[in-house]
Design a binder for this molecule. Structure first.
Ligand code: NAD
Length: 246
């Protein structure tokens, strides 16, 4: 059966020129969605990926509120609808948990701005369009197992992801049944962000029941399942290869 172009659902995936976001964009396009690719800097990679996927590319620094709002506006200008928002863009760098002075207020502000407030701005800006989605709007926040257990690259990073997990539940309660809100909380994923985290890679290879970190495509598979599960809302799904059992 042929589906008219304007009937194909539209997904906006933030931070989708590398790592998890790129894998999610590729997977959703393969599933038949029209995908808005986004990045902060890498316009060339974004244009190339969008062309490959038959989607659109928008550049925006999500730490700047107006740019975050314009990202949603650009997606709507291009396609006139929005069915799924995947809040994937995020930042992280290692700060030892016991070195309290090393996690400065500036670090806290930067991490909360990008990892918590930017997803909030995207959710609130996208909400009217998500509510109009014929299939029911869906938000998937990419959080972290560090937001569930006392782990992760730094205390402020873990706190930013824990807050986004709770926002996920609060919004799911507030926005159903029109809009579903879930979080996918990965453990270690093999991406540019974690390429130098040798200790974490070793931990996953030795201790996790799956004996490896996740691939970006493992996360993308779960995001696609969450988007397809039209009764699922308010869940924070940990994807850590079973490390939390050890
Ligand atoms: P990545 O560095 O490849 O991707 C992060 C993306 O976020 C990049 O595209 C980057 O441009 C974008 N971004 C960062 N700051 C931005 C800003 N101010 N404005 C716009 N975009 C911005 O890393 P990744 O590992 O693919 O991470 C994707 C998400 O998954 C992040 O939210 C991260 O916290 C989360 N996560 C990653 C892991 C992991 O082990 N890699 C584990 C758990 C959660």
């Amino acid at each position: 059966m042929r589906i008219d172009e304007q009937d194909r659902p539209v997904a906006l995936v933030s931070g989708s020129t590398s790592g998890i976001g790129e894998a999610v964009a590729r997977r959703l396009a393969a599933d038949g969605m029209r995908v808005v690719v986004h990045s902060r800097h890498s316009a060339e990679a974004g244009e190339k990926l969008a062309a490959e996927l038959g989607g659109a590319y928008v550049r925006a620094d999500l730490a700047v509120e107006d740019e975050a709002r314009c990202l949603v506006g650009a997606a709507l200008d291009r396609y006139g609808r929005l069915d799924a928002l995947v809040n994937n863009a995020g930042i992280s760098w290692p700060i030892p948990h016991d070195d309290l002075a090393a996690a400065t207020p500036a670090d806290w502000r930067r991490l909360l701005e990008v990892n918590l407030i930017a997803p909030w701005v995207l959710c609130t800006t996208a909400l009217p369009a998500l509510r109009r989605s014929p299939s029911g709007g869906s938000i998937v926040n990419i959080t972290s197992h560090a937001g569930v257990r006392p782990k992760g690259s730094s205390v402020p990073y873990a706190a930013s992801k824990a807050a986004l997990n709770h926002v996920t539940r609060l919004l799911a309660a507030a926005l159903g049944p029109e809009v579903r809100v879930n979080a996918v909380a990965p453990g270690l994923v093999d991406t540019p962000m974690t390429k130098d985290w040798a200790h974490a890679h070793e931990l996953w290879r030795e201790r996790a029941p799956m004996h490896r970190p996740a691939l970006p495509s493992d996360v993308a598979d779960l995001v696609a399942s969450v988007l397809a599960s039209t009764y699922l809302t308010g869940e924070v799904i940990v994807l850590d290869g079973g490390l939390n059992l050890t």
